[in-house]
Design a protein around this ligand. Structure first.
Ligand SMILES: *[C@@H]1O[C@H](CO)[C@@H](O)[C@H](O)[C@H]1NC(C)=O
Length: 262
């Protein structure tokens, strides 16, 4: 029963409630423990994963399975010496790939035998690099996912998306791409140099934000057993766990809002 080694397992009985929550202590490469909170809402068909990074950034990954949309919201601490007393709040709206997270229903049924255990993922997945070439209009973002408005309403430093993602999302939503993009998004001209090469703090430039989801359930494991009649059956008995780092490349305006990217 190797699948039980991680001690994150399924409760097979029907659960009397629909919102499952998991607190996971994930160890990162630097040896620090990041506490993740993962909440599944099966009636909305959504999952929210949140953590406070070791650099003080607060990251929310929100998955809307119905719209196949994934929203990353990041609070980044300011440079207090430079008068940035408020954190920056940025949203990145991307396409969600079904192979990248277990379903909200499966997530809601996960429990841990030892909730205080420090966990390390079994697999590190390739870095996802998002090149954000759109700004998203908050008031029209419901056309992409009904959850964007609430999650990103504080993202005064920008809501960004990728044209290629929006094209795929419009297909799965069965909406016309041109209508969607002209109402909900605006193309960002691709003409700005990297922030690390830009001296003038008042000029826009191409900035990068990195973060890593240090532990998440990326697939299911099945065990073989026998049912009450003695027939051999496969049943869900555990999860495969992964880590994935993400890079978001977008236009910061001005460079003053991208002081970490040197
Ligand atoms: C779960 O989703 C439903 C439907 O969107 C919503 O009404 C409810 O408030 C959500 N529950 C929680 C705990 O977020």
């Amino acid at each position: 029963m190797a699948a039980f080694i991680q001690c994150v397992y399924f409760i097979s009985a029907v659960m009397p409630y629909i919102v499952g929550q998991l607190i996971v202590n994930a160890r990162n490469k630097g040896g620090e423990t990041i506490v993740e909170k993962i909440v599944a809402n099966t009636s909305a068909d959504t999952v929210t994963l949140e953590f406070l990074g070791s650099d003080g950034s607060f990251v929310t990954q929100f998955i809307d399975f119905k719209s196949e949309v994934q929203i990353f919201r990041i609070y980044i601490l300011g440079e207090e010496e430079l008068g940035q007393t408020q954190p920056q709040v940025i949203c990145f709206i991307t396409r969600f790939m079904r192979s990248d997270f277990i379903t909200a229903d499966a997530m809601s049924k996960l429990r841990q035998k030892n909730p205080t255990a420090i966990r390390t993922p079994e697999e590190e997945r390739e870095m996802n690099i998002y090149t954000l070439d759109l700004t998203i209009n908050l008031d029209k973002a419901y056309m992409i996912s009904p959850y964007v408005f609430n999650i990103c309403s504080e993202a005064k430093d920008g809501i960004y998306g990728q044209e290629s993602d929006l094209r795929a999302i419009s297909k799965s939503l069965d909406k016309d791409f041109i209508t969607l993009i002209s109402a909900a998004a605006e193309l960002i001209p691709n003409k700005y140099g990297k922030c690390r090469d830009t001296q003038d703090l008042s000029k826009p430039c191409t900035c990068q934000v990195h973060t890593c989801i240090g532990w998440y359930p990326c697939g299911l494991k099945y065990c073989r057993g026998t049912d009450s009649t003695g027939k051999e059956v496969n049943y869900r008995c555990g999860i495969k766990t992964c880590k994935r780092c993400l890079a978001f490349v977008y236009v910061a305006s001005p460079k003053m809002k991208c002081l970490w990217d040197f």
